[in-house]
Ligand binder design. Structure first.
Ligand code: ADP
Ligand code: MG
Length: 353
C-alpha cells in the first residue's frame, strides 16, 4: 500500500479487510436472545498494519484525515482511535502482547449510516492482528473480541450482531444467527434477487432514548411472561395477557423471530420479500419505531415493479431502508426510488445499489 509507505516511511507487514453489513430480517430481536439475518454489503474497510518506528502506536484514517499517536501506558484515546486501540488492548488482555504498531485505515463503508462501519473497522484490525501475530483465533472469537473492544474502549453497549456479520457473512449469502447460542448458518441469497439500501437522510435523533425504552419494555414483557428472554416465547397468542404497549412490543419480537426461522426452510425471492414487508408493518404498528420519512421511502419501494419487498433496517427512528429487488435491477430501482423520495422533499442517498 503506497499510502502507508508515504505516511509511515516503511512497508506494511499485513493487509486485511472486512465488509460492512445490512440486516435483511430480524430487527430488534438481538437483545431478546433472538434470531437475525444480516448479509455483507460490497463496501469494505481495509487496514494496513506495520511496526511503529518508535514506542507509540500510530493510527491514520483516510476518511477522517486524522492521525493519532497513542502511548501504550497512557489513558486510552477517544474517537476513531478508540476502536483501533480497543482491538489491540483486547488482544493483549487475551494474553498476546502487541508491539507498537502503525495502522493505516481506509474504507468504502458509509460511516455512521447503520451499515456497521465500526464493526468493519474492528474486524479488519483484528484480522490484521491475527495474521501479523499469528494468533489462533477463529472468526467467532474474533467477532467477540471486536464487540469487547467497542463496548470497553468506544463505550458503545452493542450486541454481537454487527461483529458476527462483519466477521462471518459474505455478499453471496445471508447469515442466519441465533444470538443466544451463536449457532449460525450461511444461507444462499434468494435466487434471482439482489438488494438496495437507501439512507432516508433523517438522523436517528430519538434512536437512543427510543431504543432504551424498547429494551426496557421487552425486559418487562419477558419478566411478566416468566421467561428469560422473549426468544423463549414462540406463539404470539401468549402475549394476550400483557398490558399495552408491551403486548405489541412482545408480539413484534415473537413474530419477527418466527419470520427469520421461516427462511431456514429455504425460500424464494417473492416469499422473502413478503416477510420483509410483514417485518416492516410489525416494526411500524407493533414496535412503533418508524417515522414518516421511512414510511414514504418504504411505500415508494414497495410500489415499484421488480421489488419483492422493503423494510426499514436498523433500530429505526430514521436511518436506512433495505429492499430485495430482481437481479440486475438494483441500480435502476435505487435511482428511481431515490428521485421519487427526494422529490417529496427529503435528502436521501443510495448506500447500496
Ligand atoms: P456505524 O457503525 O453504523 O457506521 P457507528 O457510530 O457505530 O456507526 O461507528 C462509526 C464510528 O466508527 C466513526 O465515528 C469512527 O469512530 C469509526 N469508524 C468507522 N469507519 C472508520 C474509518 N474508515 N476511519 C476512521 N474511523 C472509522
Ligand atoms: Mg456501529
Amino acid at each position: 500500500m503506497m499510502d502507508f509507505q508515504q505516511r509511515f516511511k516503511t512497508s506494511p507487514e499485513v493487509i486485511a479487510s472486512a465488509p460492512g453489513r445490512v440486516n435483511l430480517l430480524g430487527e430488534h430481536t438481538d437483545y431478546n436472545d433472538g434470531f437475525v439475518l444480516p448479509t455483507a454489503i460490497p463496501q469494505r474497510t481495509t487496514v494496513a498494519i506495520g511496526f511503529s518506528a518508535d514506542d507509540r502506536h500510530h493510527f491514520y484514517s483516510v476518511e477522517l484525515n486524522e492521525s493519532v499517536a497513542v502511548v501504550p501506558a497512557d489513558s486510552p484515546p477517544q474517537g476513531f482511535a478508540s476502536y483501533v486501540y480497543g482491538c489491540i488492548r483486547v488482544v493483549e488482555t487475551a494474553g498476546h502482547p502487541v508491539p507498537p504498531l502503525a495502522v493505516f485505515v481506509t474504507s468504502s463503508v458509509p460511516i455512521g449510516s447503520g451499515l456497521s462501519s465500526s464493526a468493519a473497522l474492528e474486524v479488519a484490525v483484528l484480522r490484521g492482528l491475527r495474521s501479523l501475530l499469528q494468533l489462533d483465533l477463529d472468526d467467532v472469537k474474533l467477532a467477540q473480541l471486536g464487540q469487547q473492544a467497542e463496548m470497553q474502549y468506544a463505550g458503545v453497549s452493542c450486541g454481537i450482531l454487527d461483529q458476527m456479520a462483519c466477521s462471518l457473512a459474505d455478499s453471496e449469502h445471508m447469515l442466519f444467527l441465533d444470538t443466544r447460542t451463536l449457532d449460525r448458518q450461511l444461507l444462499p441469497f434468494p435466487t434471482g434477487a439482489e438488494m438496495v439500501v437507501i439512507d432516508s437522510g433523517v438522523a436517528r435523533s430519538l434512536a437512543t432514548s427510543g431504543y432504551n425504552q424498547r429494551r426496557a419494555e421487552c425486559e418487562a414483557a419477558a419478566h411478566q411472561l416468566g421467561v428469560k428472554a422473549l426468544r423463549d416465547v414462540t406463539d404470539p397468542q401468549q402475549v394476550a395477557s400483557l398490558p399495552e404497549p408491551i403486548r405489541r412490543r412482545a408480539r413484534h419480537v415473537i413474530t419477527e423471530n418466527n419470520r427469520v426461522l421461516k427462511v431456514l426452510a429455504g425460500i424464494s425471492a417473492p416469499e422473502f420479500g413478503a416477510l420483509m414487508n410483514a417485518s416492516h408493518a410489525s416494526l411500524r404498528d407493533d414496535y412503533e419505531v418508524s417515522v414518516p420519512a421511512l414510511e414514504r421511502l418504504v411505500e415508494i419501494l414497495q410500489a415499484m415493479p421488480d421489488v419483492f419487498g422493503a423494510r426499514l433496517t436498523g433500530a429505526g427512528f430514521g436511518g436506512a431502508c433495505v429492499a430485495l429487488v430482481a437481479a440486475g435491477q438494483a441500480q435502476a430501482i435505487a435511482t428511481n426510488a431515490l428521485n421519487l423520495y427526494n422529490r417529496a422533499g427529503y435528502n436521501g442517498r443510495i448506500l447500496v445499489g
